[in-house]
Design a protein around this ligand. Structure first.
Ligand SMILES: [Zn+2]
Length: 378
């Protein structure tokens, strides 16, 4: 729960955002038309990765060896992108952002190998990690590993109220060895639980000032994870989109995503003023110009997948028979082998008003649609 005073701040900020929106209404309408035109006309030349010597899906093995990791890349003064191979998906990356302020380090997004992350921070600065912003609740970003990061007890973990609920709930569920997992407490909360968990909680922005840096931590709607947090760094004009931006891969909607809210959130992000670089927690990040194109590609393939699911749904194809009828065209190669059917299932559920309340936001692919180990055909 937020303290009364910070709740007031959040409300004031929400109002500021609203009046801003009213002011800019006309301008946004034109920008939205421009975005729609861009989405309709954008091509695949970036996503195929040919100009980057990357194969479709952005497999890092075209550029890196296993021993190159972690790959730490400076993206702005005192801002570093930390990249590790995904533990489960071959050739894919899990990213975090390290921001060194004059008063300690802020890390955005955890990692399964938290010790490596801490080691790299130590190579960059003698300052301690003070905050970790949990943009995504999922395990591949360290849900159960963040607690064992060296110095975790001195880190303030920031997350959405639903993330706090999620972590507390998961810490009561024994793991496979029958032990209760050690999951960090979210001790600085953004937003509130929704009054009706069937609906999204309100959009909020929490301003965190640490040393010489400002972090605008935003809940912009339920995206890939449910309680996704996006973080804007005004000084660097960087927008961290957490798991909602998954470069060069068809994003997975099967776990705890809210498909049309996700698309709406990314469109809002693409229209945001004063953003020079879009970064995300998965996939190959490149120059700011290419990252922007990849964000547009991301939105387009999400929309195309949504349209294909709606076509199948409206044609009355039962979920079990979907793989016999689906067509993803040139996007087929962008799926994880097991992502296509859960993606379509999530959209079916949205169309039938059956998406789980949030919290708990899950379970998904373990109910209904199930997994498929085969890639969809073109
Ligand atoms: Zn993830």
């Amino acid at each position: 729960m937020l303290a009364k005073s910070s709740r007031h701040v959040v409300r004031v900020l929400a109002c500021l955002v609203l009046s801003d929106a009213a002011f800019l209404a006309a301008q946004v309408a034109t920008s939205r038309q421009k975005l729609d035109a861009q989405l309709a006309s954008s091509t695949k030349e970036v996503r195929t990765g040919e100009n980057l010597t990357l194969p479709p899906s952005g497999d890092w093995r075209a550029r890196y060896k296993e021993t190159d990791f972690p790959v730490v890349k400076k993206v702005a003064d005192n801002v570093y992108l930390f990249q590790m191979p995904h533990p489960g998906i071959k050739g894919w990356l899990v990213n975090s952002l390290i921001v060194i302020t004059t008063d300690g380090v802020v890390v955005i997004e955890g990692q399964m190998n938290g010790a490596k992350l801490v080691d790299e921070v130590k190579k960059l600065t003698a300052q301690p990690i003070k905050y970790l912003i949990v943009g995504s609740t999922h395990g591949d970003h360290g849900e159960t590993q963040m607690a064992s990061m060296p110095g975790a007890d001195k880190i303030t973990f920031i997350g959405h109220a639903i993330t706090k609920w999620w972590f507390e709930n998961d810490s009561k569920i024994p793991n496979r060895s029958g032990e209760l997992p050690n999951i960090v407490k979210i001790n600085d909360v953004v937003g509130t639980l929704p009054e009706d968990p069937k609906s999204a909680p309100p959009h909020v922005t929490k301003i965190l000032k640490v040393g010489n840096e400002e972090f605008d931590i935003m809940f912009m709607g339920r995206g890939h994870a449910g309680p996704d947090l996006e973080t804007y760094l005004p000084k660097h004009k960087i927008l961290w989109l957490s798991e909602s931006f998954e470069s060069r891969q068809l994003p997975s909607m099967g776990d705890s995503s809210y498909p049309s809210e996700w698309i709406a959130m990314l469109k809002e992000a693409a229209l945001m003023k004063n953003v020079d670089n879009y970064l995300g927690a998965h996939g190959f990040m490149d120059t700011p110009a290419i990252n922007k194109e990849e964000l547009i590609n991301d939105i387009r393939v999400l929309e195309q997948t949504y349209a294909e699911a709606k076509r199948l749904h409206d044609a009355g194809i039962p979920i079990d028979e979907v793989p016999k009828h689906w067509h993803f065209g040139e996007n087929a190669a962008l799926f994880f082998a097991d992502a296509a059917l859960p993606d379509i299932t999530a959209i079916y559920w949205e169309l039938d008003n059956k998406l789980p309340a949030c919290p708990p936001c899950r379970p998904r692919r373990w109910q209904g649609g199930g997994d498929t180990a085969v890639l969809p055909v073109k």
